[in-house]
Write a protein that binds this ligand. Structure first.
Ligand code: SF4
Ligand code: SF4
Length: 336
């Protein structure tokens, strides 16, 4: 059995390991996901939120009940709330309650600005599908320009950029525009939930997108929040020879997780609907086929929870540290 001392053989890995070791603290990373509301000001093509009817739950509007719910979640051990939607920027009164009571970040489509005066230190992740024309095609308006203007030079904002097999060539230009706007980006790959023709990934697409993501990470390490190992796992859908899928996924809600044997998973993770009672199957949608799921957070988490399997060689361990450090940066456990 190799020790940590044997496994860490370069200063970069040592520094990142020290960061995440310190961060692990008493309870480590304990996040869960919450739908803030059940409405949105856009209707993007391919949106799983609406196509899987996640909006058809009652929407809990009582702020007192929300505060009590957050307290119960903290008692459950959650120390970071990932707020998604619907569209959180449409329910600022609810964001106020989240922000005042637990460390949290908010997703948004970026069209309506989440005010920095009101939420000075909230991490904001803007969903992005591609360059201006592509955004118009998929979302009806040029949200990329609007969101860049809304959040220019904000040090606590990043784009969550979902790349499709048809948008690979846009990656350099889009990333350059994000850099020019003084913002950051994290990549993930499109999952073709609705089996739209032409949007399935081929082996050649996987190789190409991996090369381009790697290249951008090398060119712009301060802008691209990522890791080559994450790109590798994302584009091969395998981890140390094991294929991704339902029996490996770490991001299944604990409340509904009856898998046997239990795989390594995120401790205490649940994904709540906006009624604060319904629990989604996982961090995406129940209609998604696990065999073709490319969810970025599930992929990062998959690597992260399988620490022990990465302790067989210094290279594997450096890869594990790199991805865990990236996850910790995105979710504010360490500064970026
Ligand atoms: S902004 Fe998000 S929630 Fe709204 S329609 Fe688009 S993908 Fe769906
Ligand atoms: S759809 Fe993706 S995130 Fe959800 S359970 Fe399946 S593999 Fe996990």
């Amino acid at each position: 059995m190799l020790t940590i001392k044997d496994l860490i053989q370069d200063p970069d890995t040592q520094k990142k390991y020290d960061d995440i070791k310190n961060m692990a603290g008493l309870k480590g990373m304990r996040s869960s996901i919450y739908d803030v509301n059940n409405s949105c000001n856009l209707r993007c093509k391919g949106c799983f939120y609406f196509s899987s009817d996640q909006h058809k739950v009652d929407d809990e509007k009582d702020l007192g009940k929300l505060k009590a719910f957050i307290e119960k979640e903290k008692e459950r051990g959650v120390n970071y709330a990932i707020l998604i939607g619907g569209e959180p920027s449409l329910s600022l009164d609810r964001l106020d309650v989240w922000y005042a009571n637990i460390k949290c970040s908010s997703a948004t489509n970026g069209v309506k600005k989440i005010s920095r005066e009101r939420f000075p230190s909230m991490r904001v992740g803007i969903s992005l599908w591609g360059d201006e024309e592509y955004e118009k095609e998929l979302r009806g308006i040029n949200t990329f320009k609007i969101s860049r203007d809304n959040y220019r030079d904000d040090p606590n904002v990043y784009y969550l950029y979902t790349i499709t097999p048809r948008s690979i060539d846009q990656i350099p230009t889009v990333t350059q525009k994000i850099e020019d706007a003084g913002l950051r980006v994290h990549y993930q790959l499109f999952s073709n939930d609705q089996h739209v023709s032409g949007f399935d990934w081929s082996d050649a697409d996987y190789q190409r997108v991996r090369d381009v993501m790697d290249e951008q990470l090398e060119l712009r390490p301060q802008v691209v929040v990522s890791s080559k190992y994450y790109h590798q796992v994302l584009t091969t859908q395998t981890l140390l020879g094991r294929p991704f899928g339902w029996m490996e996924c770490p991001s299944v809600s604990q409340a509904v997780d009856d898998r046997q044997p239990q795989p390594k998973r995120l401790a205490g993770f649940n994904s709540f609907a906006s009624d604060l009672a319904t629990i989604h199957r996982c961090c995406t949608s129940v209609t998604r086929d696990c065999a073709t799921c490319h969810d970025g957070a599930a992929t990062m988490s998959w690597i992260m929870v399988n620490k022990r399997d990465h302790m067989q060689s210094p290279t594997d361990f450096a890869n594990w540290v790199d991805v865990t450090h990236m996850f910790a940066k995105l979710y504010e456990y360490v500064p970026w």
